[in-house]
Write a protein that binds this ligand. Structure first.
Ligand code: 48F
Length: 260
């Protein structure tokens, strides 16, 4: 007897999802947070041949890009970030003063599509609730469905091992907090712990987002606003060049570290 259509559709989804999950139970790079820095890092590392999984707790990847500035769906980037956007074929409109505007919906969807097309796998609606630490090395992520976390259901998670883990969770730097506070590990910051983000200063925040993007301890890196929160940088609002450059920087550093 031919299987009925509903059974074929459900079966195809179940089989292909679980094959994808199983292929990614151990990865080269796990990236937590599908904001702009995480998506650029995912794109660059996957393009270089690394096995990359991105975990995003929300249904829609894209982080803080979608809403532009105060829900006006345009954002701004500087000249030196435009080449990164070109790699994703995202359109920019020059303002003639070193800055460009772009449509935040095109930016978010372009970064997601580019990362995925490069080969990174994105697990959306999945949150990273903890980390794995083996002998002083951050070695993976503890994952669960975000609705399980939000409903406070008492459900044990699954574990994915990683050679490099990127905290791209934005302002809260949730993953570094787990490593530093719960794991008790010293991280590369002025205090050895999370310093905490400062108020708004666009120029300084943009500069330090890139400078603060670094390896924090064996196996752990931070990108984007998480990197600034860890090192005590200023926030910067709806200008995104620093986020894009941070993603590219962390990818380059991980590629070098994993090759050595
Ligand atoms: O905050 P977010 O966009 O990260 P980013 O790359 O970019 C920051 C800018 O958007 C903006 C800014 C620019 O001027 O300041 O804030 O640093 O995206 C972070 C993503 O991480 C997800 C969260 O839902 C968001 O989409 N996230 C946070 N915690 C977790 C998580 C977690 N524990 N597990 C999975 N995803």
């Amino acid at each position: 007897m031919q299987p009925i259509m509903e059974e074929q559709i459900s079966g195809a989804i179940v089989r292909s999802f679980f094959a994808k999950l199983e292929r990614h139970l151990a990865v080269d790079v796990a990236i937590v947070g599908a904001g702009p820095s995480g998506l650029v890092a995912a794109h660059d590392l996957a393009r270089d041949g690394f096995k990359v999984a991105v975990y995003e707790s929300k249904l829609a990847p894209g982080g803080g890009v979608w809403g532009g500035g105060m829900l006006m769906n345009e954002v701004v980037v500087q000249d030196d970030a435009v080449p990164i956007l070109r790699d994703f074929r995202i359109t920019t409109v020059p303002l003639g003063n070193g800055y460009h505007t772009l449509d935040s919906v095109e930016m978010a969807s372009g970064l997601i599509f580019g990362a995925r097309q490069a080969g990174a796998v994105i697990f959306n609606t999945v949150c990273v609730e903890d980390v794995v630490i083996h002998d002083g090395v951050v070695a993976g992520v503890v994952i669960n469905w975000n609705p399980v976390r939000r409903l406070e259901m008492h459900v044990d998670p699954l574990v994915v091992l990683s050679r490099a883990l990127v905290d791209g969770t934005g302002h809260p730097s949730e993953i570094v907090a787990k490593v530093a506070n719960k794991g008790g590990m010293r991280i590369a910051s002025p205090t050895g712990a999370i310093v905490g983000e400062k108020p708004m200063w666009m120029a300084d925040g943009e500069r330090t987002t890139v400078e603060n993007t670094m390896r924090l301890c064996p196996g752990l890196y931070a990108s984007g606003m998480a990197a600034n929160n860890v090192q005590g940088g200023f926030r910067m609002g709806p200008i995104f060049g620093g986020m894009l450059k941070s993603g590219r920087k962390v990818a380059r550093q991980i590629a070098e570290d994993l090759a050595s």
